[in-house]
Design a protein around this ligand. Structure first.
Ligand code: MTE
Ligand code: MO
Length: 420
């Protein structure tokens, strides 16, 4: 197959590249019509996420109603999040991943070497920390790509366990440090982004997680049983289950075992959770840790933000997922804006009830939920999930507002208006 070609992208994907607002080829036209507008655009870009890159980086999410048609999200519908142009790795014979840093036996692994290790299939939901950001920005402006509720997807990732890969360089399973003082595993990509001043995208996880076979961290070369395509990291990506998507580095180039966590932009100057009082004038990035586990989340996908329906039965269907391998214990649905609740049914395999922490449940994966409600007058439908550690979603987005607009896990509310 020709990997210089763009992979199949479902035509219904909503493209979120902020840049699309002002594609470069329109500027001369704008300049001609409204010279002042150009000044506005330039000021906008000073703060923006790369309008000058035209339609790069490519960011897209499916429509929410498409998301819950299947437990496993089809690859062409899966959200796509990039910080720079999508790289083309076409010479697979020459491709290799170097593993070095604070290790006994640094090595370079070819795809052949990686495929020789036992293959693992892990069903895991990947969720962008910015999922549901658009709703958060309605309270107070935040900085970042606007997402509805679909900046996540559930896939079956196939690849080698990172714990097995690290054994090849002399790091045993369940190690929390190496002899030479390595405590973190850094993943460096092939792609280049402006936030790293033209350097590669990178992130790290603790060595203890990387070497724990139960943590299921993968170097994945398959997605839903197909060869990983280049939107999702061909030829090889990291998948860190239960953790915000930003740590699952695509187009892996090298692995460094290091003493301190990765000092890259996306670990140190982004993807951190700040309290609502912190703004761009008083922010001190070093006061917070990089976000890792995802908190409990859910959203209604069978309804829009505002719906006009006929009186009668309405199906409420959506997803619920938590980080850190915490399963979903319960999903509550309210038709009176959160005064009273009913419990929705949950499933992972269609037709089979989901039981949290059942040996057959996919602990890194979402559950879909469904319930039917009677609609006779106007009301708000709300969903909230409870995870296996009894964590509950917060009610109000105001309480968790943060300047980067991450981790909006507030109760998901939609309006239903009765029409004829
Ligand atoms: N890896 C690289 N190399 N470059 C990136 O821009 N984006 C990250 C992560 N890995 C990114 C990356 C973010 S923020 C997310 S949410 C996921 O990839 C998105 O993965 P997907 O595009 O396969 O859905
Ligand atoms: Mo993300």
């Amino acid at each position: 197959s020709d990997y210089s070609q763009e992979p199949p992208r479902h035509p219904s994907l909503r493209i979120n590249s902020k840049a699309c607002l002002f594609p470069l080829h329109h500027i001369s036209f704008f300049a001609y019509l409204f010279p002042r507008f150009v000044v506005i655009i330039i000021v906008y870009d000073k703060y923006g996420d790369g309008f000058a890159q035209d339609v790069q980086p490519f960011n897209a999410e499916p429509h929410r109603s498409d998301l819950v048609h299947s437990y496993v999200t089809p690859v062409d519908l899966f959200y796509k999040r990039n910080h720079g142009p999508i790289p083309v790795v076409d010479d697979i014979e020459r491709y290799s991943v170097s593993i070095s840093g604070l290790v006994e036996n640094p090595r370079r692994l070819s795809m052949k070497d990686i495929r020789m290790l036992p293959k693992d299939d892990v069903t895991a939901t990947l969720q962008c920390a910015g999922n549901r950001r658009t709703a958060m920005s309605k309270t107070r402006t935040v900085k970042g790509v606007g997402w509805d509720v679909s900046a996540l997807g559930n896939a079956v990732w196939g690849g080698a366990k990172l714990a097995d890969v690290l054994e090849l360089v002399g790091i045993p399973k369940l190690a929390s440090s190496t002899k030479s003082g390595g405590k973190h595993v850094e993943f460096v990509s092939v792609d280049r982004c402006k936030e790293e001043n033209g350097g590669p995208y990178k992130a790290s996880i603790p060595l203890a997680q990387a070497t724990n076979p139960q943590a299921d961290v993968l170097l994945a070369y398959e997605m839903n049983g197909e060869l990983l395509n280049r939107d999702h990291g061909y030829p090889l990506r990291v998948v860190v289950p239960g953790v915000i998507g930003a740590r699952s580095v695509k187009w892996l180039d090298s692995i460094n075992v290091i003493a301190e966590e990765c000092q890259g932009f996306f670990m140190q100057k982004d993807y951190k959770m700040f309290p609502p009082s912190v703004n761009w004038d008083n922010i001190n990035w070093s006061t917070r840790k990089p976000q890792m586990d995802f908190p409990v989340q859910s959203a209604i996908c069978s309804l829009e933000d505002v719906n006009v329906v006929k009186p009668g039965k309405v199906t409420v269907r959506g997803y619920a997922v938590s980080g850190g391998g915490r399963g979903i214990e319960r999903v509550d649905v309210s038709v009176d804006g959160g005064k009273t609740w009913v419990e929705a049914s949950r499933y992972q395999k269609i037709g089979t009830p989901y039981i949290a922490d059942d040996a057959s449940s996919d602990k890194w994966a979402w559950v879909l939920f469904e319930t039917t409600v009677d609609v006779s007058n106007n009301f708000d439908i709300v969903a909230k999930a409870v995870d296996s550690a009894a964590n509950v979603q917060p009610e109000n987005v105001e309480d968790i507002w943060n300047l980067r607009g991450i981790l909006n896990t507030s109760w998901h509310k939609v309006q239903v208006r009765v029409g004829r």
